[in-house]
Write a protein that binds this ligand. Sequence first.
Ligand SMILES: *Cc1c(COP(=O)(O)O)cnc(C)c1O
Length: 343
Amino acid sequence: MLPIDLRSDTVTRPTDAMRAAMAAAPVGDDQYGEDPTTNLLQQRCAELLGKERALWLPSGTMANQVALRVLTRPGDEVIASRECHAAWHETGGAAANAGVQIVEVGAGGLFTREQFEAAIKPRGLPVFPPTTLVEIENTHNRGGGLVFPQRDVEAICSAARERGIASFLDGARLWNAAVASGRSEAELAAPFDLVAVAFSKGLGAPGGSLLAGRKELIVVADRQRRMMGGAMRQNGIFAAAALHAIDQHRERLREDHANACALAEAIAACTAVDIDLATVQTNIVIWRLKPGAADAAALVACAREQGVLVSAFAARTVRAVTHLDVSAAQIARAAEVLRALLA
Ligand SMILES: *Cc1c(COP(=O)(O)O)cnc(C)c1O
């Protein structure tokens, strides 16, 4: 029996219909601007995100790295949430590629306008690094798939604008945030200068991300993409998968959210587990193992033996992610296995 793979929403495989769309896609050389399917995807996403222009990138990490290079200069400081992807999951790329330092503020992946303002370095004194960018992650991965409250987004971005600080949205899972909040992707992206979205997470495409923003920023992003080696050729094969995913897999994200809720409720019933059900808003479930219970590595290994794959996120923290390739019945089975192990 195939394992029930809850390690990440990146483990999905393209469906037959997605593969058919990829096989049928018209393609050309994207570095000449001649890949019609990539052009279509970029137009479609610019519209969906309410921005002037959009640019394909091979991965979410490269989208984040390019965004930093577009919006900052080496030596600058970036204010972001605690445990944000840019600081925790990009192997030091912010420092290596953009030469910036990230200051993490707030708690649990969220922060307020007040916390943002308190972290801004005073201008005018040469000892301080200039704060030139604020970055928000929505939904927040290590925060447990939290949706960033839009009133806080708006307050933070307007405070940034007042001070000439740029704003960037790491929206790798913005599609989940839109479904969970009932707000459009364009509304969620509106306060930001640049926004990144991913096709390879819950949407189930085999790869790809995209940056959207004003035309002059995307022109710079295009050069930075090339400089990082991320400009591709007959990319329409990937873009076709992304277009298919946008049309066919966006609404169904609510099934993933319902599955995550069901799994979280089952796990919350175990006394060995510490989980805040209020944080389970989308497709990610993170729980802590109380003192006395087995540690995360042991739980992950035992679950694997019984055909359920989850991730050890820290010594006593475990993450499970729901997605296109796990059904409600498989979630019920996974919940049973985990409950038995946690009893
Ligand atoms: C996965 C992820 C990324 C990076 O995407 P890759 O395609 O894996 O490089 C960026 N930001 C967030 C919040 C993510 O979850």
